[in-house]
Design a protein around this ligand. Structure first.
Ligand SMILES: C[S@@+](CC[C@H](N)C(=O)[O-])C[C@H]1O[C@@H](n2cnc3c(N)ncnc32)[C@H](O)[C@@H]1O
Length: 234
């Protein structure tokens, strides 16, 4: 990776995807009243996009392990995982406003103190706001598979983003993914196989990972779900 680094190791310039290429497509879904209210009521749990690196110790307190989830959808699985593990700080990021409101409603109503939420492109957040070698885990459950070959450049797992993730994880930190798209799973495995800075592969589904909304749909349609775990080595 190239790019100038600040004292906290955050790259100053975006270095990953080409301009205009995004890993998501804008969706129009009606926002529920509950989600709309939560966006106001629990606004204190929202972190705004900025140019300055986040200091996890200021947001959550010193020495708490810090995890990032990219693309939480309706946030139900996210809130359940956070409730089950209150000693882990979670920054949950999605671009979809109704989902942000839904997650805030669940987190706020349950009184969870370990979750903060961003409505943003997680790649930009990683580039601008996540200090180098600070995250203990990244989670991406059912990232958009972008099945058409001409859209593969939009996939979350591609060499430039894999490099970016490595630079933000502590040594020994992990990237946990799940997908229901077999060809994407193969492409993910190939991508990590070609990179000597990672170890890992497919794993049995961890008990602590709740079934997500997209996963439920995949299982109903008869697709097989694969969990993948990769560890950032030195
Ligand atoms: C297929 S959905 C899966 C949602 C959820 N994890 C589930 O399994 O139900 C993928 C989600 O990733 C989000 N997403 C894709 N690229 C993203 C990015 N660069 N930053 C933040 N969110 C992103 C989309 O908005 C969408 O909510």
């Amino acid at each position: 990776m190239t790019g100038e680094r600040s004292h906290l190791g955050v790259t100053a310039e975006p270095v990953t995807l080409r301009p205009g290429i995004r890993t998501f497509k804008p969706r129009r879904t009606r926002i529920t009243t509950r989600a709309e209210q939560a966006l106001v009521e629990y606004a204190g749990l929202i972190i705004e996009m900025g140019d300055q690196p986040l200091d996890p110790a200021t947001v959550w307190g010193a020495d708490i392990p810090w995890v990032l989830e990219i693309g939480f959808g309706d946030g139900r699985a996210t809130a359940a995982m956070a409730a089950a593990d209150p000693s882990t700080a979670l920054l949950a990021i999605d671009v979809h406003t109704p989902g942000v409101g839904e997650l805030l409603a669940q987190v706020g109503d349950a009184g969870l103190e370990n979750v903060r939420v961003m409505e943003a492109d997680a790649i930009t957040v990683l580039e601008r706001m996540v200090p180098a070698h600070s995250l203990t885990q990244v989670r991406s459950y059912f990232p958009d598979p972008w099945p058409k070959a001409r859209h593969h450049k939009r996939r979350l797992v591609q060499p430039a983003i894999v490099d970016l993730m490595h630079s933000r994880l502590v040594p020994g930190g992990t990237w946990h993914l799940a997908t229901d798209w077999e060809e994407y799973a193969v492409s993910i495995l190939e991508c990590f196989d070609q990179d000597p800075h990672w170890e890992g592969g497919a794993i049995p589904r961890p008990e602590g990972r709740p079934i997500t909304r997209f996963e439920r749909r995949a299982l109903r349609d008869g697709r097989t779900v694969v969990d993948l775990l990769f560890t950032a080595t030195g």
